[in-house]
Design a protein around this ligand. Sequence first.
Ligand code: PMP
Length: 399
Amino acid sequence: MKPINQVIKTMKPSGIRKYFDLANSMEGVISLGIGEPDFNTPWHISNAAIESMQSGYTHYTANRGLIELREAICEYYHNRFSVDYDPKKEALVTVGGSEAVDLCFRTLINPGDEVIVLDPNYVAYEPAIIMAGGVPVYIELTQDNDFKLTPEDLKAALTEKTKCIMLNFPSNPTGGTMGREDYEKLVPIFEESGIYIVSDEIYAELTFEGEFCSPASFDSIKDQVLVINGFSKAFAMTGWRLGYLLCNAEINSQLTKVHQFIIMSAPTAAQYAAIEALGSGLEDTEEMKKEYERRRNLLCARLNRMGLRTNVPRGTFYAFPDITSTGLTSDQFCVRLLEEQKVAAVPGTAFGEHGEGFVRISYATSYENLKEACDRIEAFVASLKQPEEVLIEEEIVIE
Ligand code: PMP
Protein backbone atom coordinates (compact mmCIF):
# COMPACT_ATOMS: atom_id res chain seq x y z
CA MET A 1 0.00 0.00 0.00
CA LYS A 2 1.14 3.58 -0.62
CA PRO A 3 2.23 5.65 2.38
CA ILE A 4 -0.43 7.81 4.00
CA ASN A 5 0.01 11.52 4.74
CA GLN A 6 3.36 11.99 6.47
CA VAL A 7 2.21 14.83 8.72
CA ILE A 8 -0.58 12.71 10.17
CA LYS A 9 1.58 9.64 10.46
CA THR A 10 4.21 11.39 12.57
CA MET A 11 1.67 13.11 14.82
CA LYS A 12 1.56 11.74 18.36
CA PRO A 13 -1.83 10.73 19.84
CA SER A 14 -3.11 12.81 22.77
CA GLY A 15 -1.22 12.20 26.02
CA ILE A 16 -4.48 12.52 27.94
CA ARG A 17 -6.21 9.59 26.30
CA LYS A 18 -3.38 7.22 27.25
CA TYR A 19 -4.06 7.75 30.98
CA PHE A 20 -7.80 7.75 30.51
CA ASP A 21 -7.63 4.34 28.81
CA LEU A 22 -5.18 2.98 31.39
CA ALA A 23 -7.39 4.16 34.27
CA ASN A 24 -10.48 2.64 32.67
CA SER A 25 -8.82 -0.73 32.44
CA MET A 26 -8.25 -0.89 36.25
CA GLU A 27 -10.70 -1.41 39.13
CA GLY A 28 -11.30 1.22 41.81
CA VAL A 29 -9.52 4.09 40.11
CA ILE A 30 -10.43 7.68 40.93
CA SER A 31 -10.00 9.58 37.71
CA LEU A 32 -8.77 13.14 37.99
CA GLY A 33 -7.62 12.90 34.44
CA ILE A 34 -10.42 14.04 32.23
CA GLY A 35 -11.40 17.48 31.09
CA GLU A 36 -15.16 17.45 31.23
CA PRO A 37 -17.77 18.43 33.81
CA ASP A 38 -19.02 15.61 36.02
CA PHE A 39 -22.47 17.25 36.02
CA ASN A 40 -25.11 16.16 33.53
CA THR A 41 -26.62 18.76 31.21
CA PRO A 42 -29.42 20.55 33.13
CA TRP A 43 -32.70 18.89 32.22
CA HIS A 44 -34.48 21.96 30.82
CA ILE A 45 -31.65 22.28 28.28
CA SER A 46 -31.91 18.64 27.17
CA ASN A 47 -35.66 18.99 27.04
CA ALA A 48 -35.45 21.92 24.63
CA ALA A 49 -33.66 19.61 22.19
CA ILE A 50 -36.28 16.89 22.65
CA GLU A 51 -39.07 19.40 21.99
CA SER A 52 -37.30 20.65 18.86
CA MET A 53 -37.20 17.11 17.50
CA GLN A 54 -40.85 16.55 18.40
CA SER A 55 -41.63 19.67 16.41
CA GLY A 56 -39.88 18.20 13.39
CA TYR A 57 -36.79 20.43 13.48
CA THR A 58 -34.61 17.61 12.28
CA HIS A 59 -33.12 19.21 9.17
CA TYR A 60 -29.98 21.17 8.34
CA THR A 61 -29.90 24.74 9.56
CA ALA A 62 -28.25 27.73 7.88
CA ASN A 63 -24.50 27.07 7.49
CA ARG A 64 -23.68 29.65 10.12
CA GLY A 65 -26.27 28.15 12.50
CA LEU A 66 -29.81 29.15 13.51
CA ILE A 67 -30.17 32.91 13.48
CA GLU A 68 -31.97 32.73 16.86
CA LEU A 69 -28.91 31.03 18.32
CA ARG A 70 -26.48 33.50 16.77
CA GLU A 71 -28.58 36.32 18.19
CA ALA A 72 -28.53 34.68 21.61
CA ILE A 73 -24.74 34.24 21.43
CA CYS A 74 -24.16 37.88 20.46
CA GLU A 75 -26.51 39.11 23.16
CA TYR A 76 -24.67 36.93 25.67
CA TYR A 77 -21.26 38.35 24.67
CA HIS A 78 -22.69 41.85 24.91
CA ASN A 79 -24.25 41.31 28.34
CA ARG A 80 -21.52 39.24 29.95
CA PHE A 81 -18.30 40.57 28.43
CA SER A 82 -19.24 43.90 26.79
CA VAL A 83 -18.17 42.80 23.31
CA ASP A 84 -20.49 43.42 20.36
CA TYR A 85 -20.85 41.24 17.29
CA ASP A 86 -23.33 41.20 14.44
CA PRO A 87 -25.25 37.87 14.54
CA LYS A 88 -25.76 37.91 10.77
CA LYS A 89 -22.17 38.41 9.67
CA GLU A 90 -19.83 37.92 12.62
CA ALA A 91 -21.03 34.71 14.30
CA LEU A 92 -20.57 31.11 13.22
CA VAL A 93 -21.91 28.08 15.11
CA THR A 94 -19.45 25.15 15.05
CA VAL A 95 -19.18 21.52 16.11
CA GLY A 96 -17.66 22.26 19.51
CA GLY A 97 -14.84 24.63 20.24
CA SER A 98 -12.76 21.88 18.62
CA GLU A 99 -14.00 22.58 15.10
CA ALA A 100 -13.55 26.30 15.73
CA VAL A 101 -9.84 25.77 16.57
CA ASP A 102 -9.34 23.82 13.36
CA LEU A 103 -11.23 26.39 11.24
CA CYS A 104 -9.15 29.28 12.55
CA PHE A 105 -5.83 27.74 11.59
CA ARG A 106 -7.02 26.41 8.24
CA THR A 107 -8.33 29.83 7.36
CA LEU A 108 -5.51 32.04 8.67
CA ILE A 109 -2.36 30.06 7.93
CA ASN A 110 -0.28 29.74 4.80
CA PRO A 111 2.33 26.95 4.83
CA GLY A 112 5.35 28.08 6.84
CA ASP A 113 3.54 30.78 8.84
CA GLU A 114 4.48 30.87 12.50
CA VAL A 115 1.88 30.56 15.22
CA ILE A 116 2.79 31.51 18.78
CA VAL A 117 1.56 28.97 21.30
CA LEU A 118 1.86 29.20 25.05
CA ASP A 119 3.50 26.22 26.71
CA PRO A 120 1.93 24.44 28.58
CA ASN A 121 -1.24 24.62 26.48
CA TYR A 122 -4.35 22.68 25.48
CA VAL A 123 -3.44 19.53 23.54
CA ALA A 124 -5.39 20.23 20.32
CA TYR A 125 -3.68 23.45 19.26
CA GLU A 126 -0.34 22.11 18.09
CA PRO A 127 -1.80 19.33 15.88
CA ALA A 128 -4.30 21.76 14.34
CA ILE A 129 -1.49 24.21 13.52
CA ILE A 130 0.69 21.49 12.04
CA MET A 131 -2.16 20.01 10.00
CA ALA A 132 -2.74 23.48 8.55
CA GLY A 133 0.93 23.71 7.55
CA GLY A 134 1.88 26.19 10.27
CA VAL A 135 4.95 26.23 12.49
CA PRO A 136 4.30 26.44 16.24
CA VAL A 137 6.63 28.77 18.18
CA TYR A 138 6.47 28.36 21.94
CA ILE A 139 6.49 30.80 24.81
CA GLU A 140 7.12 29.20 28.19
CA LEU A 141 4.67 30.13 30.91
CA THR A 142 5.99 29.87 34.44
CA GLN A 143 4.43 29.11 37.78
CA ASP A 144 6.29 32.06 39.35
CA ASN A 145 4.47 34.33 36.94
CA ASP A 146 1.12 32.65 37.61
CA PHE A 147 1.17 31.19 34.08
CA LYS A 148 0.46 34.58 32.47
CA LEU A 149 1.78 35.89 29.16
CA THR A 150 4.20 38.82 29.58
CA PRO A 151 4.85 41.62 27.06
CA GLU A 152 8.59 40.82 27.10
CA ASP A 153 8.04 37.19 26.11
CA LEU A 154 5.51 38.14 23.47
CA LYS A 155 7.89 40.65 21.87
CA ALA A 156 10.74 38.16 21.87
CA ALA A 157 8.66 35.51 20.08
CA LEU A 158 7.45 37.75 17.23
CA THR A 159 9.13 37.45 13.84
CA GLU A 160 8.33 38.51 10.29
CA LYS A 161 6.68 35.14 9.82
CA THR A 162 4.31 35.32 12.81
CA LYS A 163 0.73 35.07 11.60
CA CYS A 164 -1.14 34.63 14.86
CA ILE A 165 -1.03 33.77 18.53
CA MET A 166 -3.18 31.18 20.27
CA LEU A 167 -4.45 32.26 23.68
CA ASN A 168 -6.52 30.32 26.19
CA PHE A 169 -7.43 32.02 29.46
CA PRO A 170 -8.64 30.71 31.85
CA SER A 171 -6.18 28.06 30.78
CA ASN A 172 -6.35 24.33 30.39
CA PRO A 173 -4.12 22.95 31.97
CA THR A 174 -2.75 25.64 34.31
CA GLY A 175 -5.95 27.37 35.49
CA GLY A 176 -4.14 30.68 34.87
CA THR A 177 -6.13 33.77 33.89
CA MET A 178 -5.37 37.15 32.32
CA GLY A 179 -7.16 40.21 33.67
CA ARG A 180 -7.76 43.52 31.92
CA GLU A 181 -4.59 45.01 33.36
CA ASP A 182 -2.54 42.07 32.02
CA TYR A 183 -3.97 42.48 28.50
CA GLU A 184 -3.45 46.26 28.57
CA LYS A 185 0.30 45.66 28.47
CA LEU A 186 -0.02 43.41 25.42
CA VAL A 187 -2.46 45.46 23.35
CA PRO A 188 0.13 47.93 21.93
CA ILE A 189 2.28 44.99 20.81
CA PHE A 190 -0.69 43.31 19.14
CA GLU A 191 -1.62 46.58 17.45
CA GLU A 192 1.86 47.16 16.08
CA SER A 193 2.45 43.60 14.90
CA GLY A 194 -0.96 43.22 13.23
CA ILE A 195 -1.02 39.50 14.05
CA TYR A 196 -4.28 37.63 14.60
CA ILE A 197 -5.21 36.66 18.12
CA VAL A 198 -7.17 33.45 18.42
CA SER A 199 -8.73 33.54 21.88
CA ASP A 200 -10.18 30.28 23.19
CA GLU A 201 -12.61 31.48 25.87
CA ILE A 202 -14.25 28.15 26.59
CA TYR A 203 -13.62 28.49 30.36
CA ALA A 204 -14.73 32.13 30.58
CA GLU A 205 -17.74 31.28 32.74
CA LEU A 206 -15.53 29.32 35.11
CA THR A 207 -13.59 32.36 36.31
CA PHE A 208 -13.54 32.36 40.11
CA GLU A 209 -11.67 35.54 40.95
CA GLY A 210 -11.77 38.81 39.07
CA GLU A 211 -13.70 39.51 35.89
CA PHE A 212 -13.16 37.47 32.76
CA CYS A 213 -11.58 39.68 30.08
CA SER A 214 -11.65 38.97 26.34
CA PRO A 215 -8.94 40.54 24.17
CA ALA A 216 -11.81 41.36 21.79
CA SER A 217 -13.02 43.93 24.34
CA PHE A 218 -10.14 46.23 23.29
CA ASP A 219 -11.49 48.24 20.36
CA SER A 220 -8.09 48.90 18.80
CA ILE A 221 -7.41 45.16 18.23
CA LYS A 222 -10.96 43.78 18.02
CA ASP A 223 -10.71 43.17 14.26
CA GLN A 224 -7.61 41.02 14.79
CA VAL A 225 -9.29 38.78 17.37
CA LEU A 226 -11.09 35.51 16.64
CA VAL A 227 -13.09 34.44 19.68
CA ILE A 228 -13.73 30.73 20.26
CA ASN A 229 -16.27 29.61 22.80
CA GLY A 230 -18.73 26.77 23.32
CA PHE A 231 -21.26 25.06 25.53
CA SER A 232 -19.24 22.07 26.77
CA LYS A 233 -17.77 23.52 29.95
CA ALA A 234 -20.12 26.31 30.98
CA PHE A 235 -23.31 24.27 30.59
CA ALA A 236 -21.97 20.70 30.99
CA MET A 237 -22.74 19.92 27.34
CA THR A 238 -19.64 18.10 26.08
CA GLY A 239 -21.67 15.43 24.29
CA TRP A 240 -23.75 17.95 22.35
CA ARG A 241 -20.73 19.08 20.34
CA LEU A 242 -21.55 22.73 20.03
CA GLY A 243 -19.33 25.78 19.94
CA TYR A 244 -18.96 29.07 18.09
CA LEU A 245 -16.64 31.60 16.54
CA LEU A 246 -16.99 35.37 16.71
CA CYS A 247 -14.87 37.69 14.59
CA ASN A 248 -15.01 40.43 11.98
CA ALA A 249 -17.30 39.86 9.00
CA GLU A 250 -14.57 39.43 6.39
CA ILE A 251 -12.78 36.62 8.23
CA ASN A 252 -16.05 35.13 9.38
CA SER A 253 -17.24 34.65 5.83
CA GLN A 254 -13.95 32.89 5.00
CA LEU A 255 -14.29 30.62 8.05
CA THR A 256 -17.86 29.89 6.99
CA LYS A 257 -16.70 28.65 3.60
CA VAL A 258 -14.53 25.99 5.24
CA HIS A 259 -17.28 25.07 7.71
CA GLN A 260 -19.80 24.86 4.85
CA PHE A 261 -17.77 22.25 2.99
CA ILE A 262 -16.65 20.09 5.90
CA ILE A 263 -19.68 20.28 8.23
CA MET A 264 -22.66 21.98 6.50
CA SER A 265 -24.26 22.97 9.79
CA ALA A 266 -23.82 22.06 13.46
CA PRO A 267 -26.31 19.52 14.91
CA THR A 268 -29.79 21.05 14.87
CA ALA A 269 -31.16 19.62 18.14
CA ALA A 270 -27.99 20.77 19.91
CA GLN A 271 -28.56 24.28 18.57
CA TYR A 272 -32.04 24.37 20.12
CA ALA A 273 -30.58 23.14 23.41
CA ALA A 274 -27.98 25.91 23.21
CA ILE A 275 -30.65 28.60 22.76
CA GLU A 276 -32.24 27.36 25.98
CA ALA A 277 -28.84 27.27 27.71
CA LEU A 278 -28.09 30.90 26.93
CA GLY A 279 -31.65 31.98 27.68
CA SER A 280 -32.20 30.21 31.01
CA GLY A 281 -29.10 28.19 31.87
CA LEU A 282 -26.77 30.73 33.43
CA GLU A 283 -28.14 30.06 36.91
CA ASP A 284 -27.16 26.41 36.50
CA THR A 285 -23.69 27.55 35.45
CA GLU A 286 -23.43 29.67 38.59
CA GLU A 287 -24.37 26.68 40.76
CA MET A 288 -21.80 24.43 39.08
CA LYS A 289 -19.16 27.12 39.39
CA LYS A 290 -19.75 27.41 43.15
CA GLU A 291 -19.22 23.69 43.51
CA TYR A 292 -16.03 23.74 41.41
CA GLU A 293 -14.73 26.55 43.60
CA ARG A 294 -15.43 24.59 46.80
CA ARG A 295 -13.53 21.62 45.36
CA ARG A 296 -10.69 23.82 44.16
CA ASN A 297 -10.23 25.23 47.64
CA LEU A 298 -10.04 21.75 49.16
CA LEU A 299 -7.68 20.40 46.52
CA CYS A 300 -5.22 23.29 46.47
CA ALA A 301 -5.01 23.50 50.25
CA ARG A 302 -4.33 19.77 50.48
CA LEU A 303 -1.74 19.72 47.66
CA ASN A 304 0.18 22.64 49.14
CA ARG A 305 0.12 21.01 52.58
CA MET A 306 1.65 17.86 51.07
CA GLY A 307 4.51 19.94 49.73
CA LEU A 308 3.31 19.99 46.11
CA ARG A 309 3.48 23.68 45.30
CA THR A 310 0.20 24.66 43.66
CA ASN A 311 -0.92 28.08 42.47
CA VAL A 312 -4.58 28.54 43.29
CA PRO A 313 -6.18 28.46 39.82
CA ARG A 314 -8.39 31.49 39.20
CA GLY A 315 -10.43 29.65 36.60
CA THR A 316 -11.26 26.25 34.96
CA PHE A 317 -11.54 23.00 36.86
CA TYR A 318 -7.86 22.07 36.82
CA ALA A 319 -5.04 22.42 39.31
CA PHE A 320 -1.44 22.24 38.12
CA PRO A 321 0.83 21.30 41.03
CA ASP A 322 4.63 21.34 40.82
CA ILE A 323 5.74 17.81 41.67
CA THR A 324 9.51 18.31 41.39
CA SER A 325 9.92 18.00 45.18
CA THR A 326 9.13 14.28 44.80
CA GLY A 327 12.20 13.74 42.61
CA LEU A 328 10.02 12.07 39.96
CA THR A 329 9.34 13.18 36.40
CA SER A 330 5.73 14.02 35.54
CA ASP A 331 5.32 10.75 33.72
CA GLN A 332 6.84 8.67 36.54
CA PHE A 333 4.64 10.47 39.05
CA CYS A 334 1.45 9.72 37.12
CA VAL A 335 2.28 6.09 36.33
CA ARG A 336 3.24 5.34 39.94
CA LEU A 337 0.29 7.25 41.40
CA LEU A 338 -2.02 5.19 39.22
CA GLU A 339 -0.32 1.87 39.96
CA GLU A 340 0.27 2.40 43.67
CA GLN A 341 -2.77 4.45 44.73
CA LYS A 342 -5.21 4.14 41.82
CA VAL A 343 -5.52 7.84 41.13
CA ALA A 344 -5.36 9.00 37.52
CA ALA A 345 -3.85 12.40 36.73
CA VAL A 346 -2.22 13.67 33.55
CA PRO A 347 1.50 14.47 33.28
CA GLY A 348 2.21 18.11 32.49
CA THR A 349 4.26 17.00 29.50
CA ALA A 350 1.02 16.07 27.70
CA PHE A 351 0.55 19.85 27.40
CA GLY A 352 4.01 20.73 26.15
CA GLU A 353 7.68 20.45 26.99
CA HIS A 354 7.44 23.07 29.73
CA GLY A 355 4.79 21.03 31.49
CA GLU A 356 7.62 18.82 32.82
CA GLY A 357 7.65 18.93 36.61
CA PHE A 358 3.87 19.40 36.81
CA VAL A 359 0.74 17.26 36.68
CA ARG A 360 -2.77 18.28 35.75
CA ILE A 361 -5.42 17.35 38.27
CA SER A 362 -9.03 17.82 37.23
CA TYR A 363 -11.50 18.57 40.01
CA ALA A 364 -14.51 17.88 37.83
CA THR A 365 -15.38 15.02 40.16
CA SER A 366 -17.44 14.85 43.36
CA TYR A 367 -16.18 16.44 46.59
CA GLU A 368 -16.12 13.00 48.23
CA ASN A 369 -14.08 11.52 45.41
CA LEU A 370 -11.71 14.43 45.60
CA LYS A 371 -11.22 14.02 49.35
CA GLU A 372 -10.46 10.34 48.92
CA ALA A 373 -8.11 11.13 46.02
CA CYS A 374 -6.29 13.70 48.18
CA ASP A 375 -5.77 11.06 50.90
CA ARG A 376 -4.33 8.70 48.31
CA ILE A 377 -2.04 11.32 46.78
CA GLU A 378 -0.86 12.25 50.26
CA ALA A 379 -0.09 8.60 51.04
CA PHE A 380 1.78 8.32 47.76
CA VAL A 381 3.87 11.45 48.36
CA ALA A 382 4.60 10.32 51.94
CA SER A 383 5.75 6.92 50.69
CA LEU A 384 8.27 8.66 48.45
CA LYS A 385 9.67 10.71 51.31
CA GLN A 386 10.19 7.88 53.79
CA PRO A 387 13.65 6.66 52.75
CA GLU A 388 15.04 10.18 52.91
CA GLU A 389 13.61 10.80 56.38
CA VAL A 390 14.94 7.52 57.70
CA LEU A 391 18.35 8.43 56.36
CA ILE A 392 18.32 11.76 58.17
CA GLU A 393 17.31 10.09 61.44
CA GLU A 394 20.12 7.59 61.05
CA GLU A 395 22.60 10.37 60.40
CA ILE A 396 21.50 12.07 63.61
CA VAL A 397 21.94 8.80 65.54
CA ILE A 398 25.44 8.35 64.15
CA GLU A 399 26.48 11.85 65.19
N1 PMP B 1 -10.50 24.38 24.25
C1 PMP B 1 -10.10 23.97 25.45
C2 PMP B 1 -9.11 24.79 26.18
C3 PMP B 1 -10.60 22.79 26.00
O1 PMP B 1 -10.19 22.40 27.21
C4 PMP B 1 -11.52 22.03 25.25
C5 PMP B 1 -12.08 20.72 25.77
N2 PMP B 1 -11.30 20.01 26.64
C6 PMP B 1 -11.89 22.50 24.00
C7 PMP B 1 -11.38 23.68 23.52
C8 PMP B 1 -12.86 21.75 23.11
O2 PMP B 1 -14.12 21.75 23.62
P1 PMP B 1 -15.40 21.32 22.78
O3 PMP B 1 -14.97 20.88 21.45
O4 PMP B 1 -16.06 20.26 23.58
O5 PMP B 1 -16.22 22.59 22.72
